[in-house]
Every structure is written in C-alpha cells, then in structure tokens.
Ligand binder design. Structure first.
Ligand code: F0G
Length: 482
C-alpha cells in the first residue's frame, strides 16, 4: 500500500485492491442486541454471527482471500499421500523461510501442542518468552511446564512511543540462562505480540535473542502467526531494513530460529498451520506425532484447497501493498481515537485496534472484568463484536485466586481487506459516544466459569442494571437509528 498523499485533506489509507464478492450484513435494533448479548452470557465469543454487524472478534480465518488464492484452490490435488499440492506449499515455505523441513498441522495451536509435547520434557521446566498467547500457555502448562514473560518494560505500557514493544528483554534472558539454563525447555519469540496489542519485535532483537540461545545451546522457537504485520513494521520502523526485500527479512528470521511455526488462519490468509525447521533430529521427533494427531505428512489436517490458498497467500505476504492494508487501517483508527482523547494502545500495532479498558473504565475494578464489560457494552450500542483481552482471558490460579492481567484490552480486530473505511468510521463514532457515556457502564461477574480457556465458553452477568440504562441513553441520543 503506497504512501499516497491527498490534496487539501487529511491523509488516509487507500486500498490497493477492489472488492469483487460481497456478503450482506445485518444490524439488528438495539433491543435485540441487548437480548443477544444476554443470551450469549455477555461473552462476545458466544454471539451468533447473524446478530453481529461488524465482526471484529478476530482476524483468524476471517481475512479476505484474493482472486489468485481462490483460483489456486481449483487446482488442488486431492490425495491422502503425496499430493502435488503439498509439494507446492513445501517449496514456497522453503523459498521464503529457507528452512529444510515443513510439517503441516491443522492450525497454530496444533503446532503448539506438538512443540510442547516434544520440547517440554519434564515438569517444572520453564519457557521464557516475550509474551504468552492463550493457547501457547495452555499447552505448555498441560505438559507440566511454566512460562516466564520477559518482555521489555515498555511492552506493558499501554500508551507509548516505543516502536518495538514486543521486544524481549535481553538482560533478563541472559540472567535466566546464566542462573538456570537446565530448567529452560526452549525460548519463544512471538511476532506481532498478540496480547499486548499486536506489537512488533525488531530484527535487531530477534538476532540478539537467537545469538544468545545459540551460544547457550537452547532452542529458539519463533511464532510467526502475526508475522505479516510485523514485517510491515520492520520495513517502516527499522531503518536498517527499509530497503531490504521482504523475502530477505523472512529468510533471515527463518535462519535465526530453530523452530518456526504459524497459524495460517493469520499468516497467508487461509486456514491451517505448520512447523518449519532445519534440524534432522528434531524433525524426526515432530514427524512421529503428525500422523497421530493431525493427518498424513502431506496434509496434516488441512484441506488441499486451503493448502493451495496458503501457498499463494504466503507469496502475497511478500507484497507490501498486501501486508500494509491492515496496519494502515489500524493506524487510522488509532489516530482518530487518540485525537478524541480515547485511550488506545499506541503506537498502533497489527491485528487490530486495542482499546485500553483499564483507563476507559477506570471506575471498574479488574475483578469485575472492565475489558469484558466494555466489549459487551460496545456490542449493545453498535452491533460491533470485539474481543476481551484481559483478566477474563487468563486462567484462575490452582488456589482459586484471580491472576489480574497486565492489561485490560478490548481488541477490535481488522481482518485483512474485509472492512471499508466508512465501516471503520462507524466504529470510531460509536466508541466516541460510548466514551462520553462511560460512567453508565458497570462490571460483570461469572455465572458459569470453565476451568480451561474460560473466555471461550464462560458466561457472565452484569453486576447491576447498567445495560438497560445504557440502552435507554442510546435511544435518547440516537432516536430510532439502528
Ligand atoms: N499464536 C498466535 C500469536 C496467535 O495469535 C494464535 C491465534 C495462535 C498462535 C493459535 O493459532 O488459532 O490457528 O490455533 N490467535 C487467534 C486470535 C485465535 O484470535 O488472536 P490458531
């Protein structure tokens, strides 16, 4: 996406693609939206999409595919073993990451399950990482391991002007290795650090972490699920890489990691995933598990059509016009919110725009889940579905205490190439109204709390009649508008 300047008006992102297939949307009236969120236990994961206007829950598996991806799907070679489709995908992965082996899996968390099974060899081991992702942590814990988040201090400062808030704290990593290397199962770096607002890592940081791991003989595992956005930020924020072709950056990352895995629901705008690696012994260990849990080695749980779409999608990741669209839309949203004094994570990251609910709803204690309450409130007043990324997304400690999250965020994901700028403006408008009426919003409490990954299925209720008051105020201000 070129930096195109506008004459006589503010600059804004300009789409370098056109829309050729559309899906009709439905915006139900506010009373129906209140009913829907109540039926969904105030959990946006449990809303039915038919009741959602703009689905900003996630970018996972919801990115718009290109004409070339759809065309490639028609050329898929259906066979259980030895499919030509697999070899095309494998060749593309070898080309862009320079890795020797590719093991397919049905999605990102399947890779995480296999990585935890192979590399967490005994209970009590620890995995230092820049920051956890929900499913990553769950799989490591399931194998008896623990995680240690060693992100740079600035990573947890919601509003900042640090360009690479996803970087790992090098001093802490060195200290951990020096003090207790034998306890470390592996070191993990996550591109486009999801839970702290889609914040990128710099190449300088990846290189340093890799050097330290190699010297210490510790494996470096790289989660490339959100790499597309991270590549855009490396190109635009890290001066040394401004003129480096994207493929060279990807190959450098591929060479710095021992194991690289990804969710193709994000990277490559398809659905699936896989593990890329160089080492023969490690490959043999992973390979045994693929047919057991995923499928034969030439599909690993993916449909051949999705694999064809992924091959093309990965190739399109090398095109700046393609990877710039989401970060530029997110940047536009973040600028609008910042200008209106609404607390959002800055600098703008990838994946989505992240509202800082801790500040937006400073009157709600974390035990009453401000980010969950804000996501429910936003759905009620706009039909927009965001995702809670805060204490609700954490897992209760074994002793029953609540681990309060570092941040309370509502993520408004921007699946790639899906929404138009006027839809983004609608969201900005409704969030501005909500901010002015934020005192009306109250907290939530659990009515049903699953033990593992509770945010997916948990049900909650408002802790007062705040939702009916919010609806009344909306009607007062917007009349019969949807
Ligand atoms: N790693 C990261 C950084 C992710 O963001 C995700 C998924 C995964 C691994 C797991 O991949 O979904 O294919 O199994 N993130 C989605 C999200 C769920 O909505 O952010 P998966």
């Amino acid at each position: 996406m070129a930096q195109i300047k506008f004459f006589g008006s503010e600059n804004m992102p300009l789409e370098m693609h056109k829309v050729r297939i559309i899906q009709k949307l439905n915006l139900p009236p506010i009373d129906d939206r209140l009913t829907s969120i109540t039926e969904a236990g105030n959990n946006t994961f449990l809303l039915k999409n038919r009741n959602v206007f703009l689905d900003m829950l996630t970018d996972s598996g919801t990115n718009a595919m290109s004409d070339k991806q759809l065309a490639a799907m028609m050329t898929a070679d259906d066979s259980y073993a030895g499919s030509e489709t697999f070899f095309r995908l494998e060749a593309k992965i070898q080309e862009i990451f320079g890795t020797k082996y590719f093991l397919p899996a049905h999605q990102g968390r399947a890779c995480e399950s296999l990585i935890a099974q192979v590399l967490v060899t005994h209970p009590g081991q620890v995995v230092p990482m820049n920051y956890h992702f929900t499913t990553t942590k769950a799989h490591i814990s399931r194998m008896g391991g623990g995680i240690e988040e060693i992100i740079v201090d600035e990573g947890l400062v919601a509003q900042s002007d640090e360009n690479f808030k996803g970087n790992m704290n090098i001093d802490v990593l060195k200290k951990m290795i020096a003090e207790n290397k034998s306890k470390i199962a592996f070191v993990r770096l996550e591109a486009g650090t999801n839970l702290i607002g889609g914040q990128p890592i710099s190449m300088a940081n990846i290189r340093e972490v890799s050097q330290i791991c190699r010297q210490a003989g510790v494996y470096l595992v790289f989660d490339a699920s959100l790499l597309a956005d991270n590549l855009y930020f490396i190109k635009t924020r890290e001066a040394a890489y401004e003129n480096t072709p994207i493929v060279d950056i990807m190959r450098e990352i591929g060479a710095l990691a021992d194991v690289l895995y990804f969710s193709a629901r994000k990277l490559g705008c398809a659905r699936g995933g896989g593990i890329c690696l160089h080492n023969d012994d490690l490959m043999m260990k992973f390979r045994e598990l693929i047919p057991l849990y995923e499928g034969f080695l030439t599909y690993g749980g993916m449909s051949v059509r999705e694999m064809e779409a992924l091959t093309v999608g990965l190739d399109e990741t090398l095109d700046m016009d393609m990877i710039a669209q989401a970060p530029q839309f997110i940047g536009h949203m973040v600028d609008k919110f910042t200008a209106a004094g609404i607390p959002v994570v800055t600098p703008a990251g990838g994946l989505g725009c992240h509202i800082n609910a801790m500040e937006f709803l400073s009157h709600i204690p974390q035990e009453r889940y401000p980010a969950g309450a804000l996501a429910a409130a936003l759905y009620i007043i706009s039909g927009v579905r965001g995702m809670e990324r805060g204490t609700l997304s954490e897992q209760r400690n074994p002793d029953g205490t609540e681990p309060l999250a570092h941040m309370e965020l509502v993520r408004l994901a921007l699946p790639r190439r899906v929404f138009t700028l006027s839809q983004v403006e609608y969201v900005v408008d409704r969030v501005k109204w909500l901010y002015q009426n934020r005192e009306l919003i109250g907290g939530l409490k659990f009515t049903e709390e699953p033990k593992i990954l509770r945010f997916f299925f948990g049900r909650l209720a408002p802790d007062s009649d705040w939702q009916t008051k919010l609806v009344a105020k909306f009607k007062e201000d917007f009349g019969d508008s949807l």
